[in-house]
Design a protein around this ligand. Structure first.
Ligand code: ARG
Length: 471
């Protein structure tokens, strides 16, 4: 009888076909579930950089010969070139980027390739590569975010005096300037950049030298490899070094908050483009048509930025769940760490670019914005403030008087600025003509000149300060 599970003899026996298929089946599936090469090939540059640093250190410490070190260095350089040029044959059987590179190195330089893995494990190797990759990703995102801030600042400056309704509960609340509204996002993006920068500082320690989990008996120099790779220092605990993925979680957490910010802005863009608002226009560059309704110009890019936040938040959720409850140290579960991070990065990089594109593309309709401020009694607070300032009413009483005046105006179908003085005096006899000076939206925004307020002069000062701060 043949052994059905021995794939070296698939052709033998009565069950040759069935047996061969069965024996090959589990192996193929095992290979598929185990392999990460389709995902982790993305950090081949980081893998090769870390291997070069490791090899140079092994030579410096006299752990491998200079000759072997040189062969390894040359081989790795060639492999880098092959992958860069798209000439490298990746193999699923070789599981991941680490073994693919090492196998190719053996083809190129022979047995000396086997010395590269001295005092190292794939556990500290993957942790190192991934940290390096996330660090690069953070730097790239930061550049994109700086661009987005610059675009927002340019538009904010241009629209520093453009009045529009400010909302709470999506109900028109008080007049604000469009520039001021845009600057809110400059602040949010600034904190996002700060969160990325914080996580970068924390993650910038080298796991290399932790080896499998306990460190190594070879006299390696962890400072040297850390320095060569631009890390601030080696990680202090080998068990922690191979176990944790909090750097990836921090990236995803900061990424999720950024995605939420972008989605709120995207939602506002969608609203502003809609018939009820028409505050802005996007050009054909950032809109699409409908295949059935010829009149449509849809803000798809904004809708997608709004929607893609779900993916980024999902990625954070994925990795939190993968890591939760895992005993120390490494578990193969952790191989699942890369896809959510790569996907979140790709998604966000695109969303940041699309948002920047929309900001540069959008044209504000100042007339539409101003017209919207004449509905909804937006200067009611200014009226109440006038009653306090000029007549000395306690704010609560002023609030009540103003409420009565709003009801009166509403019943007469008038705006507050259109309500005759006589009608006002029926409610509060001491009101004078001077009250009309605060009832225009321009006066309203100009009066909010407190630091951080919406007055055009404040907005211009805030733009200048932000340019200084974020340059
Ligand atoms: N491909 C693996 C990963 O991404 C590399 C580490 C493998 N370590 C191990 N002990 N099998 O996690």
């Amino acid at each position: 009888m043949t052994d059905q599970h021995d794939k070296s003899r698939p052709e033998a026996g009565a069950n040759a076909m069935w047996g061969g298929r069965f024996a090959a089946g589990p192996d193929a599936i095992m290979e598929r579930i185990n392999a990460s090469i389709d995902v982790d090939r993305r950090f081949y540059r980081q893998d090769i950089a870390a291997s070069r640093a490791h090899a140079a250190m092994l030579v410096a410490q006299g752990i491998i010969s200079a000759e072997d070190g040189e062969a390894i260095e040359k081989g790795l350089e060639q492999i880098l070139g092959e992958i860069d040029a798209g000439e490298f044959a990746f193999s699923t059987a070789l599981e991941d980027i680490h073994m693919n590179v090492e196998a190719r190195l053996r083809e190129l330089i022979g047995p000396a390739a086997g010395r590269l893995h001295t005092a190292r494990s794939r556990n500290d190797q993957v942790a190192t590569d991934f940290r390096l990759w996330v660090r690069d990703a953070l730097d790239q995102l930061d550049e994109g975010l700086a661009d987005l801030q610059a675009a927002l600042l340019d538009l904010a400056e241009k629209e520093a005096a453009t009045v529009m309704p400010g909302y709470t509960h999506l109900q028109a609340a008080q007049p604000v300037t469009f520039g001021h509204h845009l600057l809110a996002y400059v602040e949010m993006i600034g904190r996002d950049r700060g969160r990325f920068a914080d996580s970068r500082r924390r993650m910038n320690e080298s796991p290399l030298g932790a080896a499998a989990l306990a460190g190594t008996s070879f006299p390696i120099d962890r400072q040297m490899t850390a320095q060569a790779l631009g890390f601030a220092r080696p990680m202090a605990n080998s068990i922690d070094a191979v176990s944790d993925r909090d750097f990836a979680l921090e990236f995803l957490a900061a990424a999720s908050i950024l995605a939420v910010h972008l989605s709120r802005f995207a939602e506002e863009i969608v609203l502003w483009c809609s018939e009820g608002f028409r505050f802005i226009q996007l050009s054909d560059a950032f809109t699409t048509g409908s295949s059935i309704m010829p009149q449509k110009k849809n803000p798809d890019a904004a809708e997608l930025v709004r929607g893609k936040a779900g993916r980024v938040i999902g990625s954070l959720n994925t990795l939190l769940i993968v890591m939760k409850g895992l005993p120390l140290t490494y578990g193969k579960d952790m191989q699942e760490d890369k896809e959510p991070v790569f996907d979140a990065f790709d998604t966000l990089a695109l969303c940041v670019a699309a948002t920047t594109g929309m900001v540069r593309d959008m044209r504000a309709d100042a007339e539409k914005m101003r017209a919207a401020t004449t509905k909804g009694f937006l200067t009611a607070t200014d009226l109440a403030d006038w009653l306090v300032r000029v007549l000395g009413l306690p704010f609560r009483d002023a609030h009540h008087v103003t409420g009565t005046l709003v009801a009166k105006a509403e019943a007469a179908g008038l705006d507050l600025a259109e309500l005759p003085l006589s009608a006002m005096q029926e409610v509060e006899p001491r009101i004078t003509d001077d009250v009309y000076s605060v009832l225009t939206v321009e006066r309203s925004v100009a009066s909010r000149s407190v630091y951080g307020g919406t007055a055009p002069e404040q907005v211009r000062a805030a733009v200048a300060a932000a340019r200084e701060r974020w340059s």
